[in-house]
Design a protein around this ligand. Structure first.
Ligand SMILES: [Cu+2]
Length: 294
């Protein structure tokens, strides 16, 4: 009797806690409310099944409790019950999986007007690359990653020369514009995750994974790594700032392109003068950024 009561209390307590809990998702900042809806469907299905199974256990514990002289009946087969359970389980599992498949298909079907953003993970920092005026990212190769070329951009590809390189600094994005996020890792498995965007994907050395999203409100969001990636994993934070178009353009104007970053390697006064002007721009940018996340 006491055990049956405990089981009922577990169900009631879980349901009450779920609805009164102070912990819920951070307010959404992207178009992916489909993902929230899918999780809510999963909560409902798993919640109903959890309550039904535990309450049934409580009923059995109470109804078939030990009584003097009672004997259990042995019934190894019950085809009607098995058919019924198979159908209910199949419906439940289908309802859990199918919404996710629809969301996944949207998640990787990138709209044609999305601009590209490359995110490069390494132990233990985030770097970003945005296409320059040509709107195209140049090719990259992990094998040529060096201190001077931290993202491994192929110097011979003209598309890469105007790419904006944001190494281990804050990322800015304009609000309301779809972004195709290309994910690369130059060492181990990482996972790019911004909770408010509801978007998250593994980054696999040697391949480029991608998804897309549209930021729907301005604000400063934390970039997390959601894959255990070594000792510094808990410290692998970044900052993504969603700006108004105007603020975004002001930020872009302060960033350095790949060509500017590789200029110091060249000799000659022209290269040096480019370096000095852009370096001062970067100093201003560094002062404006919020360094608290690092
Ligand atoms: Cu990581």
């Amino acid at each position: 009797m006491a055990i049956a009561l405990v089981l009922v209390l577990v169900v009631v307590g879980s349901v009450v806690f779920h609805f009164l809990s102070p912990w819920w998702w951070t307010p959404i900042a992207s178009n992916w409310d489909y993902i929230d809806n899918t999780i809510i469907i999963s909560f409902w299905i798993t919640g109903v099944v959890f309550a039904a199974v535990v309450l049934f256990m409580a009923y059995c514990v109470f109804r078939f409790r030990h009584r003097e002289g009672n004997r259990a009946a042995y019934e190894p087969e019950n085809q009607r019950l098995e058919r019924w359970l198979t159908v209910v389980t199949a419906v439940g599992v289908t309802a859990l999986l199918v919404p996710g498949l629809f969301v996944w298909s949207r998640f990787v079907t990138v709209p044609s007007d999305a601009t590209e953003l490359e995110v490069v993970a390494q132990q233990w920092q985030w770097s970003f690359r945005l296409p320059g005026k040509d709107g195209k990212l140049g090719t990259s190769d992990t094998r040529i990653v060096s201190a001077e070329n931290p993202l491994g951009i192929v110097p011979s590809d003209p598309n890469g020369q105007d790419d904006i390189v944001v190494e281990a600094a804050d990322l800015h994005l304009p609000v309301g514009k779809p972004v195709k996020v290309l994910l690369r890792s130059i060492d181990v498995l990482h996972d790019f995750y911004i909770p408010e965007f509801r978007a998250k994907m593994d980054m696999i050395p040697g391949s480029v994974t991608y998804f897309w999203f549209t930021p729907t409100r301005t604000g400063t969001f934390q970039v997390l790594c959601a894959e255990l990636c070594g000792q510094g994993h808990p410290l692998m934070h970044g900052v993504a700032v969603v700006d108004t178009e105007q603020d975004y353009l002001a930020w872009v104007g302060q960033q350095q392109t790949f060509a500017q970053l590789s200029a110091p390697q060249k000799t000659g006064s022209a290269a040096r003068s480019t370096e000095s002007t852009t370096a001062s721009g970067l100093d201003v940018a560094a002062k404006l950024e919020t360094p608290e996340a690092r």
